[in-house]
Design a protein around this ligand. Structure first.
Ligand SMILES: Cc1cc2nc3c(=O)[nH]c(=O)nc-3n(C[C@H](O)[C@H](O)[C@H](O)COP(=O)(O)O)c2cc1C
Length: 171
């Protein structure tokens, strides 16, 4: 059977965009004390026991080498109120952190108040993921925020969760 692809890169992007996700900001702090942060929707759960999660970071990201050198990372699951923060950390910029308020976790990674949940992890594995590097971490510190509408991402844009009228908890 031929393994010739039947799609272009553009078509692949669009098809993958059919997968609705939440949005996170993954943060870290280098040994020199530099703060790192990137918006990522590639976050996913891997294992409950031990508690493991993953995200993938583009090889083109400026912070890739720095993230790889860190022993820890933190994942902030964003609420709909944090769109601005999401936009800010989705750009390569020297002053991403200017004027941003954050708390410091036990790992010294920045945590954003108002996030739906925050996980602090130590990095267990880095895997080759083609044009991305897959980071797998084991979570050991977790905080759950006040319930709020999650920030969602679908087909290249932010979306709001539409409550299901038949769901008593949402109705
Ligand atoms: C909703 C959303 C999700 C994103 N998810 C990822 C992701 O999972 N992995 C990634 O490498 N970049 C992702 N990006 C792009 C990065 O946030 C962006 O390239 C980041 O600014 C890289 O920062 P740096 O170049 O300073 O390291 C996403 C952007 C948006 C808007």
């Amino acid at each position: 059977m031929s393994r010739k692809r039947n799609f272009t890169k553009r078509q692949l992007r669009d098809a993958l965009g059919m997968f609705a996700t939440g949005v996170t900001i993954v943060t870290s702090r280098t040994r020199e004390g530099e703060l790192l942060g990137i918006t990522a929707n590639s976050f996913n759960a891997v294992s409950l026991d031990p508690p493991m999660v993953l995200f993938s970071l583009s090889r083109e990201a400026h912070s890739l080498n720095k993230f790889e050198s860190c022993d820890f990372f933190a994942v902030n699951i964003l609420s709909d109120d944090q769109r601005e923060l999401s936009n800010r950390f989705a750009r390569t910029s020297l002053d991403k952190w200017k004027g941003v308020s954050y708390e410091t976790g036990v790992t010294q990674c920045p945590l954003f108040p108002g996030s739906l949940a925050m996980f602090e992890c130590y990095t267990r594995f880095h895997y080759d993921g083609g044009d991305h590097v897959i980071f797998v971490g084991e979570a050991f510190n977790m905080e759950v925020g006040t319930p709020a509408a999650p920030l969602l991402y679908y087909q290249g844009g932010y979306r709001l969760l539409m409550p299901d009228a038949t769901d008593a908890e949402w109705a």
